[in-house]
Design a protein around this ligand. Structure first.
Ligand SMILES: C[S@@+](CC[C@H](N)C(=O)[O-])C[C@H]1O[C@@H](n2cnc3c(N)ncnc32)[C@H](O)[C@@H]1O
Ligand SMILES: Nc1nc2[nH]cc(C(=O)O)c2c(=O)[nH]1
Ligand code: SF4
Ligand SMILES: [Mg+2]
Length: 193
């Protein structure tokens, strides 16, 4: 759908320069999704793996974030192998609703109520990043934290449209449950892509 070189805004790698590749197609249907225009894969032009790798290589940053849409709707083996051969790191943003494919240096799993994450993705996630829309979502986050590996880092991220009311609850939750960390969509505050 689009590619851009920016600063990773969210989660464990927030603040680090990264090239983003946003793949079209998503069947999860989060009502608060901030990139609904990504859902229809056919609405976006196709590019070859070679073109994507060439564009990603043309920046000083060595990390490439594969996001979407839901990137795991595609077989990510060829793209991630080619990025690795070019000396780039591969970071995934996924809901985990489709089988894991590809070679990954970092997997950020952001599970969704609308289509459950798969066990293979839960087991391999480096980072669990739960979007909090409602106060009941803290209990839901804990249910998923029980399903990831022991070294998986835990983040709570306010849903952008609800940030004014949810962020104070989220701050208090992290103070009381310090194995969780706050993740903000810092790129939105910085007004960058
Ligand atoms: C647009 S999604 C694309 C990747 C994948 N489909 C997923 O949901 O993880 C990228 C990240 O943005 C988060 N996100 C999407 N809409 C959001 C919103 N309104 N507020 C906060 N985070 C949001 C998702 O949870 C995910 O962590
Ligand atoms: N700067 C920036 N950081 C991000 N982290 C995850 C994003 C995404 O949409 O997957 C995203 C994004 O869209 N922009
Ligand atoms: S899974 Fe990701 S891309 Fe799909 S609707 Fe939800 S937030 Fe948007
Ligand atoms: Mg985004």
């Amino acid at each position: 759908m689009e590619q851009f070189y920016t600063i990773q805004g969210e989660g464990a790698n927030a603040g680090r320069a990264a090239y983003f590749i946003r793949l079209g197609g998503c069947d999860v249907g989060c009502h608060w999704c901030d990139v609904k225009e990504s859902w229809d894969a056919d609405a976006h032009p196709r590019q070859t793996v070679a073109e994507l790798v060439a564009q990603a290589s043309a920046h000083p940053g060595r990390a490439v974030v594969i996001t979407g849409g839901e990137p795991l709707m595609h077989d990510l083996g060829p793209l991630t192998r080619a990025l690795h051969e070019a000396g780039l790191q591969t970071w995934l943003e996924t809901s985990g609703a489709h089988p894991l494919s590809g070679e990954w240096d970092w997997i950020c799993l952001s599970p969704k109520k609308f289509k459950a994450p798969r066990p293979d993705v839960l087991a391999q996630a480096h980072e669990l990043k739960v979007v909090v829309f409602h106060k009941n979502d803290f209990a839901w986050a804990e249910e998923h934290a029980a399903l990831v590996g022991p070294n998986c880092r835990l983040f709570l991220q306010p849903e952008w449209g609800k940030a004014a009311t949810i962020t104070p609850l989220l701050i208090e939750y992290v103070k009381q449950h310090p194995r969780w960390q706050v993740s903000l969509q810092t790129h939105k505050y910085l007004d960058i892509p």
